[in-house]
Design a binder for this molecule. Structure first.
Ligand code: HEC
Length: 153
């Protein structure tokens, strides 16, 4: 009996090992891929949240808070996804100014998170609408400076 238990344990350990390799491979996307995927998630979150600025969608404070918390988490995550050596990646649409002006860039990400946290506290459609607008403004004002219109070919 002892032997078969060892075999089972070894098999389980093997499976766990394979799993950890698989998840390492998943998270090992380049910083450019990761930040683009995270920005896409940010865009999706904004779209979902926008519904709560209109009368057609009943206000759901808990849902809005979780969406806004998600934006805050994404803003924090994005901060670490612009290493200097990713500046000249052929797939990035990030302007070189991101890397020469990283402190201002990070400040803008932090502001996005702070404003999202404030919007997440809104109790009804009207107050959310007012608090959500400045969150959306942070997207455009950063993109105007730091995102190139077209990704390099
Ligand atoms: C601090 C600056 C900054 C802020 C704030 C910001 N973005 Fe971005 N965003 C960028 C940069 C830079 C890129 C290009 C990233 C790259 O290609 O490496 C980008 C790319 C994107 C993309 C394209 C992702 C892709 O598929 O490649 C979307 C969508 C996006 N942002 C949505 C948003 C939305 C919505 C907000 C506001 C809630 C926002 N961003 C806030 C800087 C910012």
């Amino acid at each position: 009996m002892k032997t078969s238990r060892t075999v089972v344990l070894a098999a389980l350990a093997g499976a766990g090992f394979a799993l950890s390799i698989a998840s390492a491979a998943l998270s090992a996307g380049s910083p450019v891929e990761e930040r683009q995927a995270t920005m896409k998630h940010v865009g999706q979150t904004m779209k979902e949240a926008t519904a709560f600025t209109g009368a057609a969608t009943p206000y759901d404070a808990a849902k809005v808070k979780s969406l806004m918390d998600g934006l805050g988490a994404d803003a924090k995550k994005l901060k670490g996804l612009y290493p200097a050596d990713s500046a000249s990646d052929p797939k990035t649409a990030a302007d070189p100014k991101v890397f020469s002006n990283k402190a201002d860039f990070d400040k803008r990400l932090a502001e996005m998170g702070t404003l999202a946290a404030a919007a997440g506290k809104a109790k009804d459609t009207d107050s959310f609408k007012a608090a959500f607008k400045p969150v959306g403004d942070t997207c455009k004002s950063c993109h105007d400076i730091y995102r190139m219109k077209k990704k390099p070919a």
